[in-house]
Design a protein around this ligand. Structure first.
Ligand SMILES: Nc1nc2c(ncn2[C@@H]2O[C@H](COP(=O)(O)OP(=O)(O)OP(=O)(O)O)[C@@H](O)[C@H]2O)c(=O)[nH]1
Length: 785
């Protein structure tokens, strides 16, 4: 593009618009000027007396501004211009046009400046008015007449404004360049400069600080060694400058930059005539550099660091209090140092958590410990069923009747529930502890609790019934040995439940590998303990469960009222319920055999919870699916592939040295960054790790039509997006033999082999059970081949 085109294409209006804002800002009077203006106007009006009405406020202001608030001159001008203008005076001038007129007249006529004529009155009293003849000279017009004191306050022409805007931009650029220059000089002085770790002055100081922390951690008092880190931190950067720039110690001198010519133009002779020599006027000193924060510290401030800081005093005291405590404080101190010495990246390496001492292992033979221990049988059960079937209320009542929670707590919950009109949910609140769950009256996520009977230690996994929270229910079911299916026996509720989550939950838990199910026919108090209703429900549900794959010997039915505690821990005292002579719910639970434990298999644990506490920066919870572990063991977290160590552990909330498959554990980890640990990840043995895959084959039971389609894969808390890539064949439900190769579609209730491709690699292996969902519906579940 030629320069002409560039000029033509230039958006002048934009340029001018930009400038106009600036111009208006410039025209704003300062508060000082505003006060002078007001005083001046009052004085001028008083001087003009009755003639004041012949001039406008704007004219007075204009003249005052022009004469720099000189009332006499303003009055003289206003009289001669507006009130009693001399007949010969032409052309008519406004103050702001005065200079331009002089320029034009001078140029046109060759008149010298001050030759009087028609302008003599105008310039009467001006300091330059009485110039001797021999001193008279031609006025050389300024290249760009400008507004302000001598040019008046009139708006500049558009081109003038444009030129002024450009000039302003150039000035700004120059100022910016100066800042950049100063910054680059500062960079040279910066602690994050290219100086090596050893050479970096602050790194040295920082290193000392770290050393201080370390020595503190060893229980030594850092001050005993005479280490005073702060003064060195102050001195070393200065020393560096001194070496490099061969400058004096004075920090201000050291960083002064070489003198550059001032960008400001010196005062013109004209201005000097007005205001005197610029050299006489006091000059505002402009700082050409930006000192580093510590450069202007008074010596007294430097002295302040010659004594131990309050932090150091605390550290010293803590180090004396014991090694353990000072270790923690040392780390804390390290953190503080890190934040205060921002930019000292070299030092951060010294804070690597890998350097923490590894937990000590007792090298136990965990399996023989387990077999020789007389610990109780452990079992986990999931409580499922349609929304509002009474699952949480039943578990709350169970815990109350077993003495796990006391009556006082329940009474308190009842009062709180009453306040928001949900008194009937008080028992459910024992498990539903989230605010949202309580306000909505629904369970949202799995709630766990524990109780013990004579023979068994049970873990309750209370699942949400609402269909929106099926993924959470799947997570609960994946940890369970058996299930309690709660059915609302009240009129109409059972029927709607059977169409809803009663059916879906039953299918899911069976697909997840749960083979034992106890059906609690609940709310029988609402139907007068009708035996007919109970039998009707039992008949329908047992048929349905058998069709789902549960063997009849593994299905039990108990008529209960969760709200009143009938047939939970004790037999119902209601005479209307006397027809039931079978076991209570707890007895049925005790009679249930947990699934076989994969004790000898490699360690596998799905992370169901990740949390931190003041003592333990990272803890995880879940059930051991397979294998065993002990304190001090190294573990591998997949898919991150990060190694960690078991600092300590708990089994069923009690501290323990080891744990085996089937137990619910909390592991307190060390030597791992929490960002590598997420819900659904798998903890495994680093020597026998689980592989991460993005493609797998599944033997699946179809809940809905299946075809190549997008699906979400759920396994415990693991959720992964994927797609059914291929359907190699339909299978016989009993024998597993292929009945049809490569079907285009799989009908509900059919079993098929399908290939699923995932968007990312996740830890999955043969023998695991997964659920496939699509558009919020469960479409299939099955076993990985
Ligand atoms: N009459 C009577 N009401 C009951 C009984 N059990 C539960 N309820 C009531 O049923 C309502 C729902 O109870 P919840 O325990 O919240 O039901 P839930 O199955 O846990 O609900 P979600 O977990 O949200 O699916 C509450 O108002 C309970 O008081 C019972 O045995 N008899």
């Amino acid at each position: 593009m030629s320069r002409h085109q560039a000029v033509r294409n230039m958006d002048y209006q934009d340029e001018l618009d930009d400038y106009e804002g600036y111009s208006e800002e410039e025209d704003e009077l300062s508060p000082e000027d505003r006060a002078l203006m007001e005083q001046g106007k009052a004085a001028v009006r008083a001087a003009l007396a009755t003639s004041a009405s012949r001039v406008t406020t704007a004219q007075i202001e204009e003249a005052l501004w022009h004469y720099y608030y000189d009332v006499d001159k303003t009055v003289a001008y206003l009289i001669s211009k507006f009130i009693d203008p001399p007949k010969t005076q032409k052309p008519s001038l406004t103050p702001c046009q005065g200079l331009e007129f002089v320029r034009q007249t001078s140029l046109a006529t060759g008149n010298t400046f001050g030759s009087g004529g028609c302008l003599s009155g105008y310039f009467r009293g001006m300091p330059w008015g009485n110039i001797p003849e021999h001193r008279k000279a031609l006025l050389i017009p300024p290249p760009q007449p400008r507004g302000g004191l001598l040019g008046g306050s009139a708006k500049m022409s558009k081109l003038q404004q444009l030129a002024a805007a450009r000039k302003k931009k150039a000035e700004e650029k120059e100022a910016q360049d100066k800042i950049e220059q100063t910054r680059s000089q500062m960079k040279d002085l910066s602690v994050s400069s290219s100086a090596t770790k050893e050479n970096s002055p602050l790194a040295g100081a920082f290193g000392k600080r770290l050393k201080t922390s370390e020595s503190t951690a060893k229980g030594r008092n850092p001050l005993e060694d005479g280490e005073r880190t702060r003064p060195e931190a102050m001195e070393q950067p200065l020393a560096k400058i001194t070496n490099e720039q061969e400058m004096a110690i004075d920090p201000v001198q050291e960083i002064s930059v070489p003198e550059t010519p001032s960008p400001r133009v010196g005062p013109s002779p004209f201005a000097q005539t007005l205001f005197g020599s610029s050299s006489d006027s006091p000059k505002r000193k402009i700082r050409e550099f930006f000192p580093l924060p510590y450069m202007e510290i008074a010596p007294s401030a430097l002295d302040a660091f010659s004594n131990p800081s309050p932090d150091d005093v605390v550290l010293t005291a803590q180090s004396k209090a014991g090694k353990k405590q000072s270790d923690a404080t040392g780390k804390k101190n390290k953190k503080k140092t890190d934040s205060s010495a921002d930019g000292v990246t070299n030092g951060v390496g010294a804070l690597k958590i890998e350097d923490a001492p590894l937990p000590k292992s007792k090298n136990l033979d965990v399996l023989s410990e387990f077999h020789s221990s007389n610990s109780k049988k452990t079992a986990s059960f999931v409580v499922v069923g349609h929304v509002d079937a009474g699952k949480s209320t039943m578990m709350g009542r169970l815990l109350l009747d077993l003495g796990v929670v006391d009556q006082r707590t329940v009474d308190k919950l009842r009062q709180e529930a009453d306040k928001i009109g949900k008194k009937s949910f008080a028992l459910a609140w024992v498990l539903d502890q989230r605010t949202e769950e309580r306000s909505r009256g629904v369970t949202i996520d799995i709630a766990t609790n524990r109780f013990e009977t004579d023979k068994t230690s049970f873990t309750i996994l209370d699942a949400p019934g609402h269909q929106d929270f099926i993924p959470n229910m799947i997570a609960g079911a994946s940890q369970a040995d058996f299930a309690i299916l709660v059915i609302d026996a009240s009129t109409g509720a059972f029927e709607s439940g059977l169409k809803g989550q009663t059916r879906e939950h039953s299918l899911l838990i069976r697909s997840m590998g749960v083979s034992r199910i106890i059906v609690a026919v609940n709310k029988l108090d609402t139907v007068g303990w009708s035996k007919e209703r109970f039998d009707e429900i039992r008949n329908q549900v047992s048929g349905f469960l058998s069709a789902t794959g549960f063997q009849s010997k593994n299905i039990s039915f108990v008529p209960v009222s969760g709200l009143h505690g009938d047939n939970l821990v004790r037999k119902s005292p209601d005479p209307a319920a006397s027809w039931y002579t079978g076991d209570t719910l707890v007895e049925e639970l005790e009679n249930s055999e947990p699934s076989a434990r994969a004790l000898a298999k490699p360690l596998r644990m799905t992370i169901a919870e990740v949390f931190r506490s003041t003592q333990n920066p990272l803890s995880i919870a879940g059930r051991l699916d397979a294998g065993s572990l002990q304190m001090g063991d190294a573990i591998l977290v997949q898919p991150s592939g990060e190694k960690a160590y078991i600092k300590s552990l708990q089994v069923d909330d009690a501290p323990a040295d080891w744990a085996v498959a089937g137990q619910n554990v909390v592991l307190h980890l060390s030597n791992i960054d929490p960002i590598h640990v997420r819900l659904g990840d798998i903890v495994c043995d680093p020597a026998k790790p689980i592989q991460c895959v993005d493609m797998f084959t599944l033997k699946a039971l179809a809940f809905d039509f299946l075809m190549p389609m997008q699906v979400d894969v759920h396994r415990g808390r693991l959720h992964a997006a994927g797609r059914i890539e291929a359907i190699p064949g339909l299978l016989d439900k009993v024998t597993g033999a292929v009945t049809k190769k490569k079907p285009k579609i799989v009908k509900p209730a059919s079993v098929a082999r399908i290939v699923v491709k995932l968007e990312a690699k996740v830890p999955l292996e043969a023998g695991q059970r997964v659920v496939l969902r699509s558009s919020g519906e469960t479409v299939a579940a099955g076993l990985l081949e």
